[in-house]
Design a protein around this ligand. Structure first.
Ligand code: ADP
Ligand code: MG
Length: 614
């Protein structure tokens, strides 16, 4: 960059779009701009503390770490200053001119995808630094990086087309933001108004916040305080501040231990799930501190990955302050801390789910994917996670959820297995022939209807010593049940089975009379080790050459009217019997989700129809 000259930049297109929204559409909640700027100042100072602990050469070392706010009524300006890490020239361009950082990006994406109005969206996201333009005509950012080779700079913008960067004299390390307030926003140059905002939104900033030289906030690391001294309100405020959240926490865990490790943790469970809004995977949100100094705001590998939706703080006095983010993951101590807290979190979930099942189900509906992911990936916590899973079953109403513990409490005496079926929806499952035998015997069947459920069932394999068993697969042993209705004789049944087997040849492994069916004529059972239709669909989506032929076992129902007629038709009218047999197999495959090519089916159907019409 050339010395002592000003340099004009245009905003990136997305920023332009965002600013346009900020300036023209967002009329509510303007006051959050202060929270955003204070939060940025606090972030910059936390980063500085970390830099000071790990680097030798810090410019202007020893400056006080606090947020200084100055309201100038005469001039109609509001100034927010910190002595945090500051920004270099390139960082200014990157951080305030492009959309590389997460919060703003998420906001724009959500706007696009939800089709909701920006007013309703801002409440959920905030727009970070750019919210300054909700109240200011012009924003100046004076900044000086902590790096020795940094320089004093000023960034100026009217929030319209672009910004300008110029060298500036006498800038202390850190950042000073000067807002020239809009004509109708001059209230933010009033000390009492600003004070009220700080008390409302920024009470828990971990640094003193000064307004015109007077300290306003209570600086406290809430997680180090005694539980009995903290009100629900304070917890909520802290959550919103720390997680930069706009929702309310759903659950929380406040945990302290002195031995064997000194740990203080305050973990929050949000009520909104960002990944559900189509943002992709979020970063872990429980920050790691050592004696109030932030070590890593998004520590990977501290808690199991599936817990990434949690927010909050884990503080351990036993951690070395200068532990780097790279070595963190290899640290046995960090792993230990993670294990202790994740066990506590699961215990908390379990307690909450017991205490208020209704609330848990509501929460689970939004966050189920994390728990399912956990079952498949977090081996150490599989049992505890399994208890938390919820699903519909043949004994719940549509939309109602139940759990494995409840399932077992309803199980029949001597029932050794947990039955489930995978399908695309409750309706599809209930229309399939598989359920009949279980319904008639009063056996509960879990309905797995989420695309990942099959994988979850496979990973889980068993619960409380009982195996999970797919009822669409062979090998399920059911007790004899009282069956109603006149059946084919044993000889007739055997002859029919032989006829069918010779008709179907290699397409089926065997044809047998079964105990499962009550109403339907036939059911196709998939071999125990075969993929389910869902899994096959996924494999096909990934590999177009994927093909595996599944050979099914066909069970016929000797009490079914159609089967009885087929038995006599095979001698009296073999040609028609063959057509009907072929169609029965296709119907069974269809119900199993295994019919891949329907061309033969259609041809046969047409033939059958023309025969039926004579
Ligand atoms: P976010 O805080 O979510 O990253 P913002 O829009 O609030 O998004 O800020 C954008 C970026 O600008 C920050 O990530 C940070 O790098 C930089 N920034 C903003 N304010 C300051 C500040 N006071 N000191 C240093 N850097 C800052
Ligand atoms: Mg911010």
């Amino acid at each position: 960059m050339s010395e002592a000259t000003s340099e004009k930049h245009a905003f990136q297109a997305e920023i332009q779009q965002l600013l346009d929204l900020v300036v023209h559409s967002l009329y509510t909640d303007r006051e959050i701009f202060l929270r955003e700027l204070i939060s940025n100042a606090s972030d910059a100072m936390e980063k500085l503390r970390h830099v000071e602990a790990t680097e030798k050469d810090v410019h202007d070392a020893g400056l006080p770490l606090r947020v200084e706010i100055t309201a100038d009524k005469e001039a109609g300006t509001l100034t927010i200053q910190d002595h945090g890490i500051g920004m270099t020239h390139d960082e200014l361009v990157e951080n305030l001119g492009t959309i590389a950082h997460s919060g703003t990006k998420a906001f724009l994406q959500a706007m696009k995808e939800s089709g909701k109005s920006p007013e309703t969206m801002i409440g959920q996201f905030g727009v970070g630094f750019y919210s300054a333009f909700m109240v200011a005509d012009e924003v100046k950012v004076f900044t000086r990086s902590w790096r020795k080779d940094g320089e004093g700079l000023v960034w100026t913008s009217d929030g319209a087309s672009g910004y300008e960067i110029e060298p500036a004299e006498g800038v202390a390390r850190g950042t000073k933001i000067v807002l020239k307030l809009k004509e109708d926003q001059k209230e933010y140059a009033e000390e009492y108004r600003v004070k009220h905002l700080v008390e409302t939104y920024s009470n828990f900033v971990g640094f003193p916040v000064m307004i015109d030289g007077k300290r306003v906030n209570e600086v406290e690391a809430l997680w180090l305080k005694n539980k009995s001294e903290i009100s629900d309100e304070e917890y909520k405020e802290f959550y919103k501040f720390q997680a930069k959240a706009f929702d309310e926490p759903q659950y929380r865990l406040h945990f302290s231990a002195d031995a064997p490790l000194e740990i203080n943790a305050l973990v929050f469970v949000p009520s909104e799930n960002p990944e559900r809004m189509g943002f992709g995977k979020v970063d872990p949100g429980v920050a790691l501190y050592c004696k109030k100094v932030l070590i890593d705001p998004e520590p990977k590998g501290l808690l199991p990955d599936w817990m990434r939706f949690l927010k909050g703080v884990i503080d351990s006095a036993d951690l070395p302050l200068n532990i780097s983010r790279e070595t963190m993951q290899d640290s046995a101590l960090v792993r230990k801390i993670g294990t202790v807290i994740s066990k506590r979190v699961l215990k908390m979930f379990d307690k909450e789910a017991e205490a208020d099942p209704e609330k848990w189900r509501g929460f689970y509906k939004k966050f189920d994917r994390y728990f399912k992911e956990g079952v498949a990936t977090d081996f150490a916590n599989k049992e505890a996670l399994a208890k938390l899973l919820r699903f519909e079953s043949s004994m719940t109403e549509a939309g109602e959820l139940t759990g494995l513990k409840d399932y077992l409490s309803r199980a029949k005496d001597g029932q050794e297995e947990i039955y489930y079926i995978v399908g695309s929806s409750r309706e599809q499952i209930e229309a399939s022939p598989y359920l009949e035998a279980f319904k008639s015997r009063g056996l509960e069947v879990i309905y797995f209807t989420d695309a990942v459920d099959e994988y979850v069932a496979d990973s889980l394999a068993e619960f409380d010593g009982k195996k999970l068993r797919s009822i669409a697969k062979g090998g399920v042993d059911l007790e004899d049940a009282e069956v109603e209705g006149e059946a084919l004789s044993e000889d007739e049944t055997k002859a029919l089975c032989e006829f069918l087997k010779s008709e179907f040849g290699d397409k089926v492994t065997k044809v047998e009379a079964g105990k499962r069916l009550v109403d339907s004529p036939v059911v196709a059972l998939v071999p125990e080790d075969a993929m389910t239709p869902q899994m096959r669909a996924m494999m096909k989506a990934m590999d177009e050459n994927f093909s595996d032929e599944v050979k099914v076992e066909l069970e016929i129902n000797p009490r079914n009217e159609l089967i009885k007629r087929l038995a006599s038709a095979k001698d009296g009218n073999p040609e028609l019997a063959k057509l009907v047999a072929g169609q029965l197999l296709d119907n069974a495959l269809m119900a199993a989700g295994l019919l891949e090519d329907a061309r033969d089916t259609v041809r046969r159907m047409n033939e059958l129809m023309s025969k039926a019409l004579g």
